[in-house]
Design a protein around this ligand. Structure first.
Ligand code: UD1
Length: 407
């Protein structure tokens, strides 16, 4: 069996790593060579910086990609088209039985579309299309990820779902139940594997926030701080909403240190929109910024690697974010989260009580932050988020059931 596993952008790496591990375990257990899975890791190169890609391969002990497409940045159409052109050649050359795509980025939809339409022989044989993290819906088609999710799900032969809302959404869209499996969350598999190792991170000391000096370890304490991430085009590409969010953070930045590892897109927009006055830049290596400004309490950093970021999440008093995955990670870590969006495709994080929607208007954001700062949250494990999602995926895909596919 030959399986291609596709990664392209930062959040894909955490979702794919446990699948590769589960394949390794399967191979170690299988008795004869016909049961062995030959995994081919394809990296589209949608993210290519050391901070956005290489650091994750190192932290997660991911093997180097077998095939790197190096597509880089571009408009949605250009990036998606470039991935499709190159990935078609890969599939025709490698002739895999199965192509696994994860998440909702442009690489996900591009590779699903290529696989669903490819034909090896005149009889039209093609690989199985497998989507990991299927069924999530924000019901907001202005989000590029929502378009990617809907299209990928409708092209997939086998759909692995992370939370119950995914089952309902797919049923409503008419996707046959026989293709859909509720297996849990592979990103949480990775969190559970690395939570302990994140204690080796020295990021709190390097930022001068650790208050006890026992050289790291499990009993460290830090000054109370807020962790911020923002990268959604809708939030950072125009000045109005970006300013609203920064104003929404004004009160909390006066009472807490706010740590902001900024995505390259966000760094660019801060310069482009002239928003430097809101930040201090102490730890930013590539800064071409004007360092003056009265706000001074939001500390801008380069994007962090997996272990440093996990450590920052774990010890934060509060996380403010527009990311999808961070809503899920904070749920498992028991850290209060304010999501600066009007909707979420991950309602289980709201039901768990760790996450609230703060919208993108300054008054609402301030209220949500005040509410969440007054709270202590418990670590919550939504159904099936037990660290074994990838094992279930490999088990399902190697079961005789799948010989019926593609249909
Ligand atoms: C992509 C995903 C988004 C995901 C995010 C995680 C899509 C549609 N969006 O958004 O769902 O939450 O990744 O980060 O796929 N850039 C660099 N270096 C890099 C990568 C990007 O400088 O390694 C800059 C480029 O200027 C690029 C911009 O960031 O134009 C945006 O990158 P892109 O891959 O288009 O989308 P993201 O905003 O990262």
């Amino acid at each position: 069996m030959k399986w291609i596993i596709v990664v392209g952008a930062r959040p894909n790496f955490m979702k794919a790593a446990p699948i590769l591990n589960a394949i390794r375990s399967h191979n170690a257990r299988s008795r004869n060579s016909s049961e062995q899975i030959h995994a081919v890791l394809v990296h589209t190169g949608q993210h290519y910086d050391t901070a956005m890609s290489d650091a994750f391969f190192a932290d997660l002990s991911l093997p180097q990609p077998d095939i790197f497409l190096g597509v880089g940045s571009g408009s949605h159409a250009v990036q998606t088209a470039e991935i499709m052109k190159q990935f078609e050649e890969v599939v025709l050359r490698e002739q895999p039985d199965t192509v696994i795509v994860v998440g909702d980025v442009n690489s996900t939809v591009a590779c699903a579309l290529v696989t669903a339409k490819i034909s090896y022989h005149a009889r039209g044989e093609r690989p199985l299309v497998v989507h990991v993290e299927a069924g999530l819906r924000s019901f907001d088609r202005s989000m590029p990820e929502e378009c990617n999710r809907v299209v990928t799900d409708h092209l997939s032969d086998v759909l692995f779902v992370t939370e119950e809302s995914g089952l309902k959404n797919l049923e409503k869209e008419g996707i046959p139940k026989s293709r859909v499996f509720f297996v849990g969350n592979t990103m949480i598999d990775t969190l559970r594997t690395f939570e302990e190792r994140a204690e080796t991170s020295t990021i709190l000391e390097r930022l001068g926030m650790q208050t006890n000096n026992n050289g790291g370890g499990r009993h460290r304490q830090s000054e109370p701080y807020v962790l911020l991430t923002l990268h959604r085009p809708a939030n950072v590409d125009g000045p109005e909403i970006f300013l609203e969010i920064l104003e929404g953070l004004r009160d909390v930045a006066a009472s807490h240190r706010v740590i902001f590892p900024a995505h390259p897109r966000t760094q660019k927009q801060i310069r482009h929109l002239g928003l430097e006055r809101y930040f201090e830049f102490a730890a930013l290596e590539s800064a071409e910024f004007d360092h003056e400004g009265p706000f001074g309490k939001i500390t801008l950093l380069e994007p962090q690697g997996y272990l440093d970021f996990l450590c920052l999440m774990k010890y934060a008093r509060l996380v403010v974010t527009d990311s999808g995955g961070i809503q899920e990670e904070t749920t498992c870590l028991g850290v209060p989260c304010v999501t600066v969006r009007e909707n979420t495709e991950r309602p289980v994080t709201i039901a768990a009580g760790t996450n609230v929607l703060g919208g993108t208007e300054r008054g609402r954001i301030r209220d949500a932050i005040r509410l969440q700062l007054g709270r202590t949250c418990q670590k919550t494990a939504p159904e099936m988020w037990d660290g074994k999602a990838a094992l279930r995926i490999v088990e399902q895909l190697t079961s005789p059931y799948n010989s019926n596919y593609p249909i």
